[in-house]
Design a binder for this molecule. Structure first.
Ligand code: GCB
Length: 634
């Protein structure tokens, strides 16, 4: 069983519960996963019902890694209640909860609707950061490692329709050198207090930050759909594959319905191609979505299951130095973002989501990167509907010891005690889950399989080559990339040839040449020209920016001032406009966000173009002037 290191399962789970758990984990061996890795997002339709379990749940911390209280076998104590979805860290005014390392438990009573006696029913957690377990009454029914992708438990055989049950979800926030993202737990010399440390620059928010659902499925049901779209002259093609469970008789019927509700194509069979005459393409800034409707029809002609998938017809390709969407060059404008707001932490929030997209539109951004983990599925659906282009990233951030300044130049990241084969296996699983969940989104045009790994070090190539291969095997249709770190210059990086686009994170003028924009301008141009000459392919600057305190001004344009942020972005843009293979610019970051507080960070990272509560800094107006006047389609 794959468990986070430092945690003995036997110490917290009664022996009777130990045996079945091994098969419940989504292990790192795909041959052991019989069902699709991630099932289709639950939806409500005439044959499927959906009950939201969001709201206030009872909440308790496990008392420690050796906790034997088994809180899920009994009601949690009265007292704390925690909102779902939300990270728990900033909800309570309690440092112990904020800093907790280990398991926490969420619990509530749930009724299975009376009418579901002929159905199967499941509990789905959209995420549990970083490890989750679902218990129904006293039974542990599912476990999952990986904090930003969904998992579920089929509870049909444990609770009858019409009955009440106690639902407990355990969540563990521990990170080790073998998890994605990695981290370490240190123990205070004098207090014995456990502290989680990690190499990524955002707070390790934990808990149930996305929705929890109870939903029903017909016994014969559609488990998964894969669509890949293409264009043939004026027509659109949807190549599809439908996977069904318990399918005994009847057939699969497909209809494609346009935005006016008109059926524009039909097909039958579990895989094939449907043709849409005079297709309306999904375009950046002009989304058009068809409903790809799959039905299981029994021998009497009765529809026994149906699922409707929003599908945009578009193509993506890299050609020379151009990134092509629908065969036209596309220039990315936008940001690296975070799921981060005050109080909620990483809790998904519809109001912030819609407002963020409004701000993207206002500023003229056509894209973002899901730095540094997969975002809530609702965000991906919304990007599809809004015509925003997404670079979709795994949670593989912090695979770089040198960034901590501790390596003294030695290759120390890819070692048996550091990022090793088990980390690589966890990373492979993170790639599988990302692609399995997000493969059908027209907004997703590229996979980013890591952020700023030590790609200049010994061992990087051995570590990344199989991951690049796996990504291409899982999705041969989208380009792949990773965000390259400044120290892995075009001369030193050892893995970039395995990928399609050079995504570069650079901080000339901030972490180097600090405050000296003239010097930084030369250094930046030199570096970009190096990448251009070496690879002759698209370059996207996926991070550039400066920490800026909103309201801090400097007539001299000194670092941390709003003036400096503006001048620095202007300098980068001057350089970009001189480099022919630039295919995009994504500023770091959309908004200020929380990090571990340390000597480098005062209440978080301040590189936002918007404050944490989404007020524009001066630089926002400069970006708006540039991006709203830019032709990003040629
Ligand atoms: C980076 C990281 C990002 C940090 C950023 C910074 O290179 O990719 O996660 O937040 O730098 O502001 O230091």
């Amino acid at each position: 069983m794959k468990l986070l290191a430092g945690l003995s399962l036997l110490s917290i789970v009664p022996p009777s519960l130990c045996v079945p758990t091994a098969s419940l984990y989504q292990v790192n061996d795909p041959t052991k996963v019989e069902q699709p890795l991630i099932k289709l997002k639950p939806q409500q339709n005439p044959l499927r019902e959906l009950v939201s379990l969001d709201g206030l749940w009872k909440f308790a911390l496990a008392s420690g890694p050796n906790d034997t209280a088994q809180p899920w076998t009994a009601p949690l104590p009265k007292g704390l209640e925690c909102p779902v979805p939300a990270s728990y860290n900033d909800i309570f005014v309690d440092r112990k909860i904020h800093d907790h390392v280990g398991w926490v438990y969420y619990q509530r009573d749930v009724f299975v609707p009376k009418g579901w006696s002929k159905e199967r029913y499941l509990v789905r957690a959209e995420s549990a950061t970083h490890e989750g377990r679902i218990y129904v009454n006293d039974h542990l029914l599912a476990g999952h490692v990986g904090g930003y992708t969904p998992f579920e438990a089929d509870i049909t055989d444990f609770v009858a329709a019409g009955e009440k049950f106690r639902l407990t979800i355990g969540v563990n926030n521990e990170l080790t050198h073998e998890t994605i993202p990695p981290g370490e737990i240190s123990v205070g010399e004098f207090t014995g207090k456990r502290t989680q440390t990690y190499h990524h620059d955002f707070y390790n928010y934990a808990g149930l930050a996305r929705s929890i659902w109870l939903y029903s499925l017909p016994r014969q049901h559609i488990q998964d759909i894969t669509v890949v779209t293409d264009v043939d002259g004026r027509n659109g093609l949807i190549n599809y594959d439908v996977k069904v469970a318990n399918h005994t008789n009847g057939q699969i019927k497909i209809s494609v319905i346009d935005e006016d509700g008109k059926t524009v194509a039909n097909a039958s069979g579990a895989h094939g191609t449907v043709k849409i005459d005079s297709v309306k393409l999904w375009q950046p800034g002009a989304a058009y979505l068809y409903q790809f409707q799959a039905n299981i029809v029994d021998t009497h002609g009765k529809v026994v299951d149906t699922y409707s998938l929003a599908t945009g017809v578009r193509t993506v390709k890299v050609s020379g130095t151009k990134f092509l969407i629908n065969d036209k060059p596309f220039y990315f404008t936008g940001f690296g973002k975070h799921e981060d707001t005050s109080v909620r932490g990483k809790g998904h929030d519809q109001a912030y989501m819609v407002h963020d997209f409004q701000l993207l539109n206002w500023i003229g951004a056509n894209s973002f990167r899901t730095s540094h983990y997969p975002y809530a599925e609702e965000v991906m659906d919304f990007a599809d509907r809004q015509g925003i282009v997404v670079i979709d990233e795994t949670p593989a951030v912090g695979l770089n010891i040198a960034l901590l300044g501790l390596s003294g130049g030695e290759s120390q990241t890819f070692t048996p005690e550091g990022i090793n084969n088990n980390t690589q296996a966890a990373h492979k699983q993170a790639i599988r889950e990302l692609i399995s969940r997000d493969k059908n989104h027209p907004s997703v045009v590229m996979w980013s399989i890591a952020n700023e790994p030590a790609s200049q070090e010994d061992g990087a190539r051995e570590y990344f080559e199989p991951l690049a291969k796996l990504s291409r095997k899982l999705d041969p249709t989208r380009p792949i990339t990773f965000a390259n770190v400044g120290m892995a210059t075009f001369e030193k990086d050892r893995i970039s040839d395995l990928f399609d686009v050079s995504c570069l994170n650079r901080y000339f003028g901030w972490y180097s040449e600090t405050g000296d924009l003239a010097e930084a301008e030369v250094a930046l141009e030199k570096e970009l020209r190096g990448w251009e000459e070496k690879f002759n392919r698209p370059i996207i600057m996926t991070e550039y920016g400066a920490d800026t305190i909103a309201g801090f001004h400097s007539v001299l344009g000194l670092p941390w001032s709003e003036e400096f942020q503006t001048q620095m972005l202007d300098m980068y843009h001057r350089v970009f406009d001189r480099i022919g293979s630039m295919a995009g610019e994504q500023v770091w970051n959309f908004a200020d966000f929380q990090t571990t507080i340390g000597t480098m960070r005062v209440d978080g990272n301040k590189k936002g173009v918007f404050t944490r509560d989404r007020k524009p800094k001066a630089a926002a107006h400069g970006l708006r002037a540039r991006w709203t006047n830019m032709d990003t389609r040629d």
